[in-house]
Design a protein. Structure first.
Length: 264
């Protein structure tokens, strides 16, 4: 009997450690192209991450927290002293600069029947599958400015900024955290590249590109030179032809006998 309890405790501890070693993952490129964007990051939802912490008689939700990597490690906690998850907002944390803010709240993904990734190829099903499988942080561009908005605000992220994310399992009735993942690896949003900052210096180009550009320039020059020569030749030929015609006509006129007046 004692040995059974030891084995059970060891298994539970091993599962708990496995849960604690899990972390949010950025979506696979096949499911979310151009990810991250300037202001969003698509993450995989936590399928099967918290199964060992779920009780069939209780209901749960998932909180998603976001935080800038530059925030202090001391302020990375997502619960208070009574194990209740923080309700800190985007505004209160200066967009994650001062600490984590709650970016989303959604139901625990059903591990028993996850979406079929094969359906991504079906135009009629792809949108629904992606909504079930992925969550896009920073996807709400209006909640910050809507005075009637009462849900969890998920405003756009800052461009060229590194963030970390964390999933938290919360028991709905008591509002207490039951499990959480580690913070994700650093994920950086894209940087705005202004046209004036695009480097066009030849030294930044490959040798092949320089050779191709040079050849194209020479060919264009030769083409223009040939065209100009053809036009000049045509103009000169036209002028010579006109002069010759005038000379011939004057010669003919001079050689023609003039009519003589008859004398009476």
């Amino acid at each position: 009997m004692c040995n059974c309890w030891v084995v059970l405790a060891f298994c539970c501890l091993a599962q708990l450690c496995a849960d604690q070693n899990l972390k949010p993952q950025i979506a696979a490129p096949q499911l979310a192209t151009n990810n991250p964007t300037l202001t969003t990051v698509a993450l995989e939802k936590p399928f099967c991450m918290f199964d060992s912490s779920l009780s069939p008689k209780k209901s749960y939700v998932i909180y998603l927290y976001a935080m800038k990597e530059s925030a202090s490690a001391v302020s990375s906690l997502v619960t208070d002293n009574s194990s209740k998850p923080l309700n800190s907002t985007f505004q209160q944390t200066s967009g994650g600069q001062l600490g984590p803010y709650k970016a989303a709240l959604f139901n625990v993904p059903n591990c028993a029947s996850p979406p079929k990734l094969a359906d991504v190829g079906d135009v009629n099903k792809v949108s629904d599958v992606l909504k079930q499988y992925l969550f896009r942080v920073g996807d709400d561009g209006t909640c910050l400015y809507d005075p009637n908005f009462l849900a969890v605000c998920n405003p756009p992220l800052a461009p060229d900024t590194t963030y970390r994310f964390k999933y938290v399992l919360v028991e709905s009735t008591e509002g207490i955290m039951k499990a959480q993942t580690l913070w994700s690896d650093p994920i950086k949003t894209r940087r705005v590249k202004l046209p004036l900052k695009i480097d066009t210096w030849p030294g930044r180009r490959s040798g092949g590109m320089i050779v191709i550009t040079s050849i194209q320039s020479v060919l264009v020059f030769l083409l223009l030179a040939g065209l100009l020569a053809s036009v000049s030749s045509a103009v000169m030929g036209s002028e010579d032809s006109s002069a010759e015609t005038r000379h011939v006509s004057q010669t003919i006129q001079q050689s023609e006998p003039r009519p003589q007046l008859s004398s009476e």
